[in-house]
Design a protein around this ligand. Sequence first.
Ligand SMILES: [Zn+2]
Length: 94
Amino acid sequence: MNRDDSAPEVRNDARLYAASPEGWAAHIKQSWDKEYCFSKHPGEDYFHLLMSGEIFVQHGDEKYCLTCAVRHGILTTDRLNWQHRTNSDRKPLV
Ligand SMILES: [Zn+2]
């Protein structure tokens, strides 16, 4: 059991934060219907399936797996992301 509560960095912190949460929602895929991530993984030329039980984020018709959402900056592991960004960092989604 780890009793070191004073550790400044929490390792293996699985929390994710939406950098600009307006319009985004997180879901757990409930069905086995074929639904695809809106993005492709680097080096892959196909859209990958979202699995039943997979957590994904959605904005309108766009659905992203968490890996792609983090890669696109939709989600971040930076808990204080709003303090660390400047206006020039805010890029519109394409
Ligand atoms: Zn994806």
